[in-house]
Design a protein around this ligand. Structure first.
Ligand SMILES: [Fe+2]
Length: 183
């Protein structure tokens, strides 16, 4: 299995936008936390999280390829179930989420954005200071972080997780990489 450092190096090779790299690191962290909770392979789930958007700057306007191209780029590094999860995080590729790893990536993609937006609002700009209850409020406030896809986030039910539980895992997991996120 590819190491975390190798995944991040590949991400940086393909993605120049530092905020997008941070998003990928954040999704990787949530994926690790979810794997630990749900009995998945933490190294594989984290790699799929870090690498899922590796094609973002390459697919351009052709959104139906987003995810499929990522999977192609990293196919020699991670096994097929990880590649499938990467494709299925964008159902427009024609691959729909099925496994726990697929749904985790689908839901974590949205949650990472909500947590980063809320982290930036905190007086100390620290993820560790965010409460689950504030995330719940922000989730309902559609004018907050409009780009965050809340329909992805609610799919945590496919994992057997309540929203609050999912928020707790997301916050704890992302706080662990807060230094790298600058939050
Ligand atoms: Fe993403």
């Amino acid at each position: 299995m590819i190491t975390r450092e190798e995944s991040i190096a590949i991400a940086r090779q393909h993605v120049k936008n530092e905020n997008l790299v941070k998003h990928m690191i954040a999704v990787g962290a949530i994926m690790r936390g979810l794997a630990e909770k749900l009995g998945g392979d933490p190294d594989l789930w984290e790699a799929a999280g870090i690498l899922h958007d590796v094609d973002y700057e390459e697919v351009g306007q052709d959104w139906s390829k987003h995810g499929a191209v990522s999977a192609e780029i990293v196919k020699s590094f991670i096994p097929e179930d990880g590649l499938y999860a990467i494709r299925a995080h964008n159902p427009q590729t024609g691959s729909l989420p099925k496994s726990k790893m697929d749904w985790s990536l689908y839901a974590a993609d949205g949650l990472s954005g909500l947590i980063i937006a809320q982290g930036l609002m905190m007086p100390d700009k620290k993820i560790a200071s965010i409460k689950v209850s504030s995330l719940s409020k922000r989730m309902k406030d559609k004018s907050f972080a409009k780009g965050v896809n809340r329909e992805n986030i609610v799919k945590c039910t496919e994992l057997g997780l309540e929203l609050d539980e999912f928020f707790r895992i997301g916050l704890d997991s992302m706080a662990k990489v807060g230094g790298e996120l600058g939050l």
